[in-house]
Design a protein around this ligand. Sequence first.
Ligand SMILES: Nc1nc2c(ncn2[C@@H]2O[C@H](COP(=O)(O)OP(=O)(O)OP(=O)(O)O)[C@@H](O)[C@H]2O)c(=O)[nH]1
Ligand SMILES: [Mg+2]
Length: 611
Amino acid sequence: MTLPVPLVAVVGNPNAGKSALFNALTGARQKVGNYPGVTVERKSGKLLLGDGRPVELVDLPGAYGLDPSSPDEAVTRDVLTGAQLGERKPDALIVVLDASNLDNHLRFTLELRSLDLPMVVALNMVDMAARDGLVIDPAALSAELGVPVIETVAVRRRGIEALREALGARLGTTATPVPQPESLAREARRIAAAAVLSEAPVRRWTHRLDRWLLHPLVGPLILALVMFTMFQAVFAWSETPVGWLESGIGALGAAITERLPDGVLRSLLVDGIIGGVGAVIVFLPQILILFLFILALEGTGYMVRAAFLMDRLMSRAGLSGRSFIPLLSSFACAVPGIMATRTIDNEKDRLTTILVAPLMTCSARLPVYTLVIAAFIPNRQVVPGVGLQGLVMFALYLAGIVGALGAALMLRRTVARGASSFFMMELPKYQLPALKDVALGLWQRAVIFLKRAGGIILVTTVVLWALASFPKAGPGEQQSEVSIAGRIASGIEVVVRPIGFNHDIALALLPSMAAREVAVSAIATVYAIDQADEAQAQQSLAERLGKNWPLPTALAFLAWFVFAPQCVSTIAVTRRETNGWKWPAFMVGYLFALAYIAAGATYWTAVALGL
Ligand SMILES: Nc1nc2c(ncn2[C@@H]2O[C@H](COP(=O)(O)OP(=O)(O)OP(=O)(O)O)[C@@H](O)[C@H]2O)c(=O)[nH]1
Ligand SMILES: [Mg+2]
């Protein structure tokens, strides 16, 4: 009977280059199977040491530590502790580290040391590190860790021979037990710092910044502060350009009114197109300011950090960090956001992300929020530098995010039950955003917005204008009551009356299914058609709203727009991405229910508070 050959496991963080190293060491002598009872692949191969001794090498799934957060990681832990069915306990380890990610990867190495198995460290990807201006001293690292450290470039087969030799020398020896440090992360950082000979300034900067920006407590606070500043700026910086646009559009309407005789054509142009579409176009500066922030933050490398910070929170809601980018793009529009979920390979993760994406506040809601806020929330400072209006806007965005996390949590427990996957992202270096990229991004945003205004918003507004203009009101009748649109609105009003909505809102709800901004253009158009006298025509839309709507109604309207699935394109793309009507129907149902409840609760709370 022959003794089994020694078993050596290749371990390390995901993407450290384990498989590349495994391939370089074993060549074509590989066997692929499955661990019994789980769908995790077992890849093993034969390796001949320098003296001809054979060794069986096994390529383990990447892991961040011995505390598993996925089935793959559980297999890694079980193999290492000898608990895995169908595997014997390894006799030695090859620990693979990504040199350019040293402090992160060393954490796992330190944890592995507690297994008391002989080990050899492969300091892999030194080519990438060198490219980034990072030089590491393997001898210093070896002295700190108390194990041999070999520099490798797995994909170029560099260091493979040295690694084989070191393994041969190590195999059969016993590891000296080392006490576990109190904090793995701190010890990993200390060792990494001791082993780094030189670092390009940008890497050093990145590390220093990340110490604060990714700090478990300070990091989220800074993120909240950044978002908060963004919404303050949306109001504070836009005042002047919005004023210009408003007076330009006003002047255009006045000029046409002067030149055309009173009639259907003039009403179409002035009340329908200029009044309606113009009411939406004035929000261009705000949208551009919002995207200026988003694009600049992306350009600096901060957005990925934001995703990293959100990952922990999202995993508690049953979403993975992979959902962050789709959800982030949903702040622009849910349609590209939902399409971006294709990168999520876990079906349940993907479905959950699609279903909650519409809760992220898309830029089409911005005009609605801004209009109502401008009309009802006084423009005063809560504390110096912090405006109340920006604060309310921040709260509305936050409500969407909290709603999404809550909904994800519910969905994960019910219709989208299943394990979620874990995801670790590469953090890029910080840099100044490229001016050209930001400018180009803003330009694209402006074009998208104006195309919407000239396309779907224009068409819907004109249709609404027609429905709101005919039949003509007789003496003593209100046009907005007797017109076709008015009658439809009166029907809808019955349903939405209990949550505090009025006739104006009821009228805006249906056309704003085409595009959310139409809520603004619809109200503007109906007011324009309805205006009884010159004095009213002089008032801005916000002023008129402020006079006509009770505050609880306005707040309920805002709450509605946080949750309502008010957009047919989103429903259509959901149908396409989920291959059927089941999930879009479900989405529309639960979001309308949520919106109705939120608006009702807001209204009745506001009424009870005597607002
Ligand atoms: N430049 C460079 N690239 C490498 C090196 N080693 C691996 N890579 C590349 O890094 C990527 C990840 O390598 P893998 O070998 O798949 O990493 P892994 O550790 O097996 O990853 P998981 O199995 O997902 O945990 C691949 O694209 C490799 O080609 C290296 O030394 N230098
Ligand atoms: Mg691998």
